[in-house]
Design a protein around this ligand. Structure first.
Ligand code: RIB
Length: 306
């Protein structure tokens, strides 16, 4: 199986569960509070590792207790963190998250050390990237860094999967280096400046992306490239917390690719990983193992569901 590299954010999530989100200017009482490791990059790393991949994480934390805790969890999960750097005098990335009774969330991130993942760092890690067959990127580190990393990988023939979250304008230089881009509905609209899904996806393909995977949450996903458009149905589950759902999907797709699954099978697997992840609270805590995904898919095939 190809080794997977994740270049991205490492956060501590400050999570508050509420019955209903407050209106602007309103104060509401919360139900529960907890801190747990997160960050789209780190979540994808833990998820891919649980699914059985060989995973190396690239990124930065601050010299605070959150950084130590976040690294400990990555290390305990078996992710290679040897190249993660600690920035002195900087805080670790923070995400303030509100989750309601339906499992929906609002997330505000304070970038902290993630902002210091710069182009010099990418130059430094190039020899280690060369040992990987697939790279996962997101947009919680600076755009210039994402661009440089994607360009390098494209030059070296390393497959690139970009999760364009949080949504930001992506220029042609970046898009031309992307094998798979995986926006959700809102992200696709923002990046393509287009409300219609198919037109939006075609715009990204015209700009140079090779394949667009539009994530549609519980409904599944759409796969669009120059030759075809496919819909891959999702799995119905009771959502406890959707935080990290997109991350688990991307990790599932990456692991399936790394194992050599063809696109449709890889996306069915990714849908199953995403479905299982939302049935539990938290981001990294909720990521399923390969065995759990297999059991879930086999149960569904036998018509039992969960
Ligand atoms: O995708 C979920 C993640 O987004 C959270 O873990 C939070 O840290 C933010 O990065």
């Amino acid at each position: 199986m190809k080794k997977i590299a994740i270049i991205g954010s490492i956060n501590m999530d400050i999570v508050s569960s509420v019955m209903q989100f407050p209106e602007p200017g309103e104060t509401v009482k919360g139900l529960e509070f907890r801190t747990c490791p997160g960050g789209k990059g780190a979540n994808q790393a833990v998820a891919a590792k649980r699914l059985g991949a060989d995973v190396v994480m690239f990124g930065k934390v601050g010299d605070d207790i959150y950084g130590k805790q976040a690294l400990q969890v990555l290390e305990n999960s078996g992710v290679d963190i040897r190249h993660v750097e600690t920035c002195q005098g900087v805080n670790t990335g923070i995400a303030v998250i509100h989750v309601n009774k339906e499992g929906e969330n609002y997330i505000v991130i304070q970038e902290g050390a993630n902002k210091h993942v710069d182009i010099d760092y990418i130059k430094k890690i190039q020899p280690f990237l060369d040992t990987c067959g697939l790279v996962l990127l997101q947009l919680e580190i600076p755009m210039e860094t994402v661009k440089r990393a994607a360009q390098y990988c494209a030059e070296q023939g390393i497959e690139v999967i970009l999760d364009p979250a949080p949504a930001a304008p992506c220029d042609g230089q970046l898009l031309r280096c992307i094998d798979f881009i995986t926006p959700n509905e809102g992200e696709l609209k923002k990046i393509a400046c287009e409300d219609d899904m198919e037109k939006g996806a075609r715009k990204l393909l015209d700009a140079g992306v090779k394949n667009v995977i539009k994530k549609a949450g519980a409904k599944g996903c759409y796969f669009i490239n120059r030759d075809r458009m496919d819909y891959i149905a999702g799995f119905k589950v009771k959502a406890a917390d959707t935080t990290g759902a997109g991350d688990s999907f991307n990790a599932g797709f990456a692991v399936a690719r790394a194992k050599g699954y063809e696109d449709r099978k890889a996306l069915e697997y990714a849908n199953a990983v995403g479905a299982l992840a939302v049935t539990k609270m938290g981001a990294q805590d909720s990521m399923p193992t390969h065995k759990e995904v297999e059991l879930f898919m086999n149960d569904l095939k036998r018509g039992r569901g969960i």
